[in-house]
Design a protein around this ligand. Structure first.
Ligand SMILES: [Zn+2]
Length: 217
């Protein structure tokens, strides 16, 4: 086994200078933002192996097969029988594989109240996604609409495992998936996550500052 075969180590942000970390994060954003990734009205590719989507994507067998999704993080809070009929696709998988595709799933019941803190779920979500990446599996993270819980889940993963600040991770997801619409408590969870990952380093952004800027523009 050569060094390049070994799993990529979890970065240790605090061992790098804040400035070099922030500059590397911006470079990473620019590199990723320029990629010509998959996108449709229900799903968007964020990284080589990582997709965000809504409930339609999660039940579209044809698309899951086409995108080679083998791991799913389900934060829809819905059992299959609870999903409205009109939101389930009638697109069966038509590939040559005769058995149904096995897929690893992480199901998380994340409350939908305005005060729900997503921080307690971040470790489980990012560990699951990263384990799939290390096995070369493509991952879909979905919630009901994909604009709040799934968005928050993907941003925190990129902060932890892809050397991105909150600002860069948020901007990247927003560029690829413009319907981003997170509650104030989820925004707060992400700000706390950055503090935890980058102790003692000035926050890369606050959502309050961003909404003030947007109000002026
Ligand atoms: Zn198939």
């Amino acid at each position: 086994m050569t060094p390049s075969d070994l799993p990529r180590p979890i970065h240790k942000i605090h061992e790098r200078s804040p400035r070099s970390f922030q500059e590397a994060s911006v470079r990473k954003y620019q590199e990723l933002a320029g990629k010509n990734f998959y996108r449709d009205e229900n799903c968007s590719q964020i990284l080589d192996f990582l997709f965000i989507g809504n409930i339609e994507t999660a039940y579209n067998e044809h698309l899951l097969c086409k995108l080679n999704i083998e791991s799913i993080v389900d934060i829809s809070n819905m059992e299959p029988h609870q999903i409205p009929r009109h939101r389930k696709s009638d697109c069966p998988c038509t590939c040559a594989l005769e058995t149904s595709h096995p897929r690893a799933r992480l199901w998380l019941g994340v409350g939908e109240s305005r005060n729900t803190d997503m921080l307690p779920y971040f470790e489980d979500i990012s560990t699951f996604i990263e384990a799939a990446r290390r096995k070369d599996k493509n991952v879909l993270v979905h919630s009901l609409e994909g604009d709040s819980r799934a968005t928050c889940a993907i941003i925190q993963y990129m902060m932890k495992y892809h050397d991105m600040t909150l600002r860069c991770a948020f901007n990247l997801v927003k560029k690829r998936w413009p319907t981003v619409n997170m509650s104030a408590s989820f925004q707060h969870s992400l700000e706390m996550w950055e503090r935890k990952l980058l102790p003692g380093v000035q926050a890369s952004m606050t959502f309050e500052e961003m909404s003030r800027q947007n109000a002026w523009n």
